[in-house]
Design a protein around this ligand. Structure first.
Ligand code: DX5
Ligand code: ZN
Length: 226
């Protein structure tokens, strides 16, 4: 029954950028809850992706929430620019941020939703102190930096631990998973307690069309298409 509440956050990293507008519109038709935008700087992760101009363009063609996954060394420096471009929420990493509380408060002061992401080797316990301030937590199920990687199964017990922590400390906080989510792994993460699933290649590169791919994911989670 909890499965009905699972949200899909298509990650445009796997989209065809020459047709980005149409692909996001398709994802919206397919019932996307939000659009996940992966921001990489070639420093925090060994890859570069996109910046605020993409967000500004997307803002003109969709009312869906635009969620920024900030895989950059100093997210604080870029918050204002991304807010100006039309971002609705920010996911910032625990790793490499010595002033995470300050970053989180800055995002809240900008009136935006905030989440903290943890990498596969980072333990769940680091979330405990910051959790009451968050709208969502992201358990990375791959190492950040690239799409189309294999799901890391050892993250499943951690998802479960984070889920219990959320229940105790802030039940309304969302538990998002990101990386390697497909028809096989999505139900495993939902069973472990995830309620927002980021999916890039299994939505935009499935080869069956975006709406159909989203429907298949929902069927895998729910046993029906709703
Ligand atoms: C990885 C990104 C993910 C990525 C997921 O660093 O944070 O959001 O787009 O891609 P898939 O779903 O292909 O693993
Ligand atoms: Zn991401």
């Amino acid at each position: 029954m909890v499965n009905k509440l699972v949200k899909l956050a298509p990650s445009i990293l796997a989209a065809n950028f020459a047709h980005l507008g149409e692909q996001v519109a398709d994802a919206e038709r397919g019932g996307a809850d939000r659009i996940h935008v992966d921001i990489m700087d070639g420093h925090f992760v060994p890859n570069i992706s996109m910046g605020a101009p993409i967000v500004q363009s997307l803002r003109q063609i969709t009312d869906l929430q635009l969620e920024m996954h900030m895989m950059i060394s100093d997210p604080d420096l870029f918050l204002a620019e991304f807010v100006e471009a039309g971002s609705d929420s920010f996911l910032v990493h625990w790793e490499g941020n010595n002033n995470l509380h300050r970053t989180v408060q800055r995002i809240k002061a900008l009136g935006k939703r905030v989440g903290v992401a943890i990498n596969p080797a980072t333990r769940a316990a680091v979330l405990e102190e910051i959790l009451p301030d968050l709208d969502q937590v992201v358990v990375m199920t791959v190492n950040p930096g690239f799409g189309h990687q294999l799901f890391i199964h050892t993250t499943l017990p951690k998802i479960h631990r984070v889920s219990r922590m959320i229940e105790q400390l802030k039940p309304e906080c969302e538990l998002e998973v990101d990386g390697g989510i497909d028809e096989v792994t999505a139900p495993l993460t939902v069973a472990a307690g995830a309620n927002v699933l980021v999916a890039g290649s299994s939505i935009f590169a499935a080869g069956v069309g975006i709406c159909a791919a989203m429907q298949q994911l929902r069927i895998a989670i729910n046993g029906d298409a709703h």
